[in-house]
Design a protein around this ligand. Sequence first.
Ligand code: C2E
Ligand code: CA
Ligand code: CA
Length: 575
Amino acid sequence: MSCSIFLWWLALFFIHSAQLDSQLSHLPTNEMYMLKVISIILVLTGLVSIVAALRPAYLTYQVERGRGWSALLMLMVAFVLGYLSVLYVAFSTPGSLLGLGVAAILCGGGIFVVVVIQLSFKSICRAIKESERQFYEARHDALTSLPNRMHFMEYINDLLCDENSKKKNFAVLILDLDRFKEINDTLGHSVGDELLAELGGRIKNLSTPNNIVSRLGGDEFALILPVTDEAEAIASAEELADTVEQPFSIDDYVLAVDSSIGIALHPRDGVDKGSLMKHADVAMYLAKAKKQRYMVYDESKDYLSEKRLKLLARVKEALLAEEFELHYQPVFAAADLSVHGFEALIRWRQPDGSFILPDEFIAQIEQTRFIGSLSRWVIKNAVKKLSLLSDSGLDLRMNINLSAVDLHDASLAAYINDCVEEYAISPESLCFEVTETAIMFDLSRAIEVAAAIRNLGANVALDDFGTGFSSLSLLQEFPANVIKIDRSFVATMAVNAEDRSIVKSMVKLGHNLDRCVVAEGVEDINSLDTLRQFECDFIQGYILSKPMHCSQTTPWLENYLLQPKQEIGAANKFA
Ligand code: C2E
Ligand code: CA
Ligand code: CA
């Protein structure tokens, strides 16, 4: 509509101008000259506008590379030539109203073109910036600004596709913070976020142009490091762990965190991104399970390897085929080194006679529905063993480990009661060990299950004490009457004064809260002596005895009971 009005107006203008021109042909020369100058200025303005629009049009064409923009560019060049020809005519003919009209239209057209092209160019630039921002955000983590998992995988892919780096050695490191969930749960997510952001900055500072650092998500970070061999990868992992272990000052808290690092080497542990990431992940989980700072991938320990997956698929069958065995490690009264009882420790016997240790399969079985059956099998067999021992006149205790999943099992206490009745033992002679980490999964449920066990008359121990983030209020709230100081403190207390004071404080704390205190992992005579000085109640560790097969408990007991207990140094020979 507006277009047709404009065309009508144009037609009327030309007709009218032509009529006026014929009437005004007698105009004085200087006025005609004025018309000519104005026409030239107008055409020139239009020409300059079109020329000015060429650059943004060309830049847009370079970005878009579409046919439309190339046609528009050619049209604009043709316009420039057209404007030049009109300019030539305007110069070489006398001024007229018609010429002025044409010049005004050309001027308006030129300005219109430059405005439209500039506006389109600006909105295209804005769209490009926006898509670049979205592209960046899709590949970077908002909290730390580090590349995210997707971007990290692209980096590995690029390395593996590049003919030069394809042949080179590099290491993929996956770092996961230990017990970060507890920081989040106890101090709040904002403290957790600040810790992650600071950690991201620290790890970023370690990066060199050849290193790639990424936050995979949550408290998991990954690095690609160009290394020549395993030793170099280990040295980098140590450096990384040192960096993480420097205390963090966040708000009013000083937080110390540990990490577990898994290392996979290219090409030894994988030649594609999937297997490199999977193997670094497996190594990281093993490092966590074994409470080590780092672990290099080792296929024989890979629980996700085909062999291990097949093994896990056999848990039910293995239970029926009695492939699981309980080994028993004695627990001693610290005061006189008399045998207080045993801790039942599960092992999975393999056809070649070797054993898989619990650290390598419990966590995996915990992810299947068989963990409940396995725990019940352990409880039943440990209770049975205790009843056999008491039948031979020995008044001993039995410690049984529970997993996190058991602490959700409302019928566990009833099952324990059934076993107690079936084997006619006293519930007081049982102690169920739960780790701080396990109870933190669902504290209120864990408290309920533990309270039900205590109501039976059985004992509950807080295992691996000191490794979690449990607060003093948790210690008061959780109905455990025993604490077991984690072996990581005990093992080093002979050489590390700080660990020695920690152990001393833990014993004091336990006693002040009316808990029995057990020190596990005692491996040397000095630690044993010190623990006795600290008045720790019970001792467990290789210095006195390693876990033993169930057939060995009776001969071991007979032998031990015959020995004079005063000679503590001689205790070593029972190990
Ligand atoms: P835990 O409950 O802390 O058990 C003690 C572990 O420390 C045992 O390892 C034991 O062999 C080891 N140990 C004892 N004294 C020493 C020592 O002086 N030095 C050193 N270096 N180690 C010592 P094990 O048998 O490999 O068990 C590992 C973990 O597996 C246990 O840690 C426990 O958390 C879990 N576990 C064992 N049996 C069971 C079970 O029947 N059910 C469940 N859910 N977990 C179990
Ligand atoms: Ca234990
Ligand atoms: Ca323990």
